[in-house]
Design a protein around this ligand. Structure first.
Ligand code: GAL
Length: 743
């Protein structure tokens, strides 16, 4: 039976490469102990030199041979190494891989010897022009290192390499499941066995099917069809029902291998008149996500990846995400399946198409992405073009061909900014940046596609560089930033030929010097790099059903002089409440309703107050109170003080329990708030994180508050215990948070 063990611990690392590093018996001088996910170099929050992490490094680990491996295949599975890897076992090259976003496996079997074996990975994190997305400039960083999980897999000589389980007749009462099993026979003889497929939900067996097969040496595939499935619940964004598929290879000696995957029964299709999930028309409301974090770039563990999906779904109220511009962490995608967040996934690339060899790697990226992710019900679209590249007929004919051949169940798309571009995909996906604050919000899809008829069409980016906005910008800018997101989402929803829109983007991200604000940050997120919201996040967050979570976020600093000329009107309140009652200094001054007439496309338009009987500037400034009312009940309130002062340093951990595995991590947010609990948006004091116990702070322990708030990530060591963490500014100290660390 197969064993698959995480081998993230026990690695040694040195930030350079010499050919002799592959040899066993070398001294440990200069090597440091590290745990995967690992960033080859930690960078500062901004103003770093992106060449700092672009070098070749070495990771090594001992693999102790187990007697139980005799006669089996032993493989090392790498989920992601940026950007080129060579793997050596006991001094000999056993595999290599180009591309930092897709997984690869190396068969170690032939080179293993009894006792200790030395596994060495040469990691080239330079921007090699032979590997997508590199070759020209790109507006993001790819970072470096072995930044995703590594596993050791031990299987019988005949084993299941992959499984594609395709739900069929999804919208019928009786459904089907067609499972394609990819078998690898590493022996020199043919092998007879039966393939048994079991479908279950939460441990309860639902159906079983099997088929006798013979595997020739090499690779083969077997299809097992189960039909007449009844009582199956669909996967959708509200109730994402998941099912387990277990595939077993059985021969006269018993079960030789089992392979388990997870699926959902759903039909997702983009049509010229919109997006349909399980036959129901639904507006796609999404944002683009880069998988990057401060200091360590991509190297964040499962929990942190999963948390991002939760933020997108539960804090930002989205139903979809685009994994711009590459296949993202498997943990992130798993969570999208679990919570019902639709995913548009695409191959690595940004504007540039390289030569034939480069294109061959991109084609391989299409294969690797689809073969890794085809069972995720959340993924509804494969992006098979290099983001925003020029047309390239033969190349894109091939990427589409590969995608359709591997996965006939999903549509293809390819993100462009071109009008009338060569339309080889099923869905025309367009970065429509036309809105610059004026009347023009989105182009008519036919004007873009230049097709006679309307075709399936999604807006895959808008806003971004058109209006970079920092969380600590002036309130007018933050409001306009939010309104631009609102206007485009509203317009997309009103246009019957637009299936939805993904804004640029969810989180601010580090980038190259030639993009962003010159400090190596693109301030394009609706949240900052720490996932702390800007006003635009409140527009998205306010689209959640108030019965799930009432939201009331007045987009204001509540002060006279922050805006040009001054004042706080018009006052935009992002809310999902039926109405908002406003009080000044304790007196009701009116009730205000959502601006449905202005924004009929979005489920919950903001309340916009154009007139308010405000006191005269410099005579008096009032305390403000906003009360959200749903079904006649006061469900939420927010107060503002006229004279804020730093009152409390609030500490907010995402988790209070972590795993003692040396890699688990959680975010802890620190906010300096005023008397009413509102962040002081321009507070910049120093802050120190003080940690005791089995953990470390990722990034600096002494830094400055950025716009009154900041976060850090706390990473565990391999020891159990309690992490005690607090923050201190020169004048304030937070409470101490205790995080339990367990095996
Ligand atoms: C797009 C690009 C994105 C990002 C964005 C900024 O052109 O696809 O990656 O750079 O612009 O607005």
């Amino acid at each position: 039976m197969r064993e698959r063990t995480l081998i993230n611990c026990g690695w040694e690392y040195i930030p350079k490469w010499r050919d002799e590093f592959v040899q066993p018996g070398l001294s440990a001088d200069g090597f440091v102990k590290v745990t995967i996910p690992h960033a080859n170099k930690e960078i500062s929050y901004n103003y770093f030199d992106e060449r700092d992490y672009q070098f070749v490094s070495c990771y090594r680990r001992t693999i102790v041979y187990q007697a139980s491996w005799a006669g089996k295949r032993v493989l090392a599975d790498f989920d992601g190494v940026m950007a080129y890897a060579e793997v050596y076992l006991n001094g000999r090259l056993v595999g290599s891989h180009k591309g930092g976003y897709t997984p690869f496996s190396v068969d170690l079997t032939a080179g293993l010897q009894p006792g200790e074996n030395l596994l060495v990975v040469k990691v080239d994190s330079t921007e090699r022009p032979d590997i997508p997305p590199f070759g020209y400039t790109i507006d993001y960083l790819c970072y470096g290192g072995i930044y995703r999980d590594v596993y050791l897999r031990v299987v019988e000589p005949v084993f299941v390499e992959n499984v594609f389980a395709k739900p069929k007749q999804v919208l019928n009462e009786k459904k089907g499941l067609e499972t394609t099993v990819f078998v690898s026979n590493t022996t020199t003889e043919e092998h007879s066995f039966s393939v048994v497929v079991k479908l279950s939900k939460d441990g309860r067996l639902i159906a079983e099917g099997s088929r006798a097969a013979v595997a020739e040496p090499g690779k083969s595939r077997v299809d097992v069809v189960i039909s007449n499935l009844s009582g199956i619940e669909l996967w959708d964004v509200d109730n994402p029902h998941l099912y387990q598929v277990e595939v077993a290879l059985q021969d006269s000696k018993g079960v030789q291998d089992t392979y388990t995957t997870r699926i959902g029964f759903r039909e997702a299709v983009v049509r010229p008149d919109g997006f349909y999930l399980n036959g129901r028309k639904m507006m796609i409301r999404g944002l683009n996500r880069h998988q990057a974090f401060p200091y360590v770039g991509y190297a964040m563990p499962a929990r942190v990846q999963r948390r991002d999906a939760d933020i997108l779904k539960y804090e930002l109220g989205l139903n979809a995400v685009r994994t711009s511009h590459y296949p993202q962490s498997p943990h992130f995608l798993d969570r999208c399946d679990e919570i019902g967040l639709l995913v548009f996934e695409e191959i690595p690339g940004w504007q540039h198409i390289g030569d034939k060899d480069w294109q061959a790697v991109a084609c391989e990226n299409v294969r690797e992405m689809i073969q890794r992710d085809w069972n995720h019900p959340s993924i509804f679209l494969w992006g098979v073009r290099i983001n925003e590249s020029q047309d390239c007929h033969d190349f894109y004919k091939e990427t589409n061909r590969i995608a359709r051949e591997l996965d006939p169940t999903r549509q293809t798309a390819g993100v462009r900014y071109l009008e009338g571009s060569d339309f080889l995909e099923d869905v025309y996906t367009m970065n429509d940046f036309i809105h610059s604050g004026g009347q023009l919000i989105l182009r008519d899809p036919k004007q873009v596609t230049k097709t006679k008829e309307y075709v399936p069409y999604i807006v895959t980016e808008f806003n971004g560089h058109m209006f970079p906005t920092k969380r600590f910008d002036q309130e007018e800018r933050l409001i306009e930033h939010a309104l631009r997101h609102l206007r485009v989402q509203n317009q997309a929803a009103l246009d019957p030929h637009i299936a939805g829109a993904f804004g640029w983007c969810a989180f601010d991200y580090n980038t190259h010097y030639d993009f962003g604000s010159g400090d190596r940050i693109c301030y394009h997120g609706v949240m900052d790099m720490f996932r702390i919201p800007k006003f635009a996040a409140h527009f998205y967050g306010s689209q959640i059903d108030p019965r799930i979570k009432p939201v009331l976020e007045p987009a204001t600093r509540w002060t006279w002089g922050d805006r040009s000329i001054g004042g706080v009107l018009p006052l935009v309140i992002f809310t999902n409440c039926d109405k908002v009652r406003v009080r000044l200094n304790g007196h009701d001054v009116g009730e205000f309703y959502p601006s449905t007439a202005r924004y009929p496309g979005v489920p919950y338009p903001p309340v916009i107050i154009d007139k308010l009987d405000l006191p005269k500037w410099r005579v008096q400034w009032f305390e403000g109170e906003f009360i959200g009312i749903v079904d006649g009940e006061e469900v939420i309130a927010k107060q503002f003080t006229p004279a804020p002062v730093p009152t409390k340093l609030v500490i907010e951990p995402d988790d209070l329990e972590l795993k003692a595995d040396g890699m688990d991590a959680t975010r802890v947010v620190f906010k300096v708030v005023d008397q009413m609990g509102n962040i002081l948006p321009y507070f910049t004091d120093a802050i120190e994180f003080q940690l005791e116990g089995p953990g470390t702070v990722i990034g600096p322990t002494k830094t400055a508050l950025i716009g009154g708030a900041i976060a850090t990530w706390v990473r565990t060591t391999a020891d159990e215990g309690i992490i005690a963490l607090k923050g201190a500014t020169p004048t304030l100290e937070s409470e101490t948070v205790k995080i339990v660390v367990k095996q």
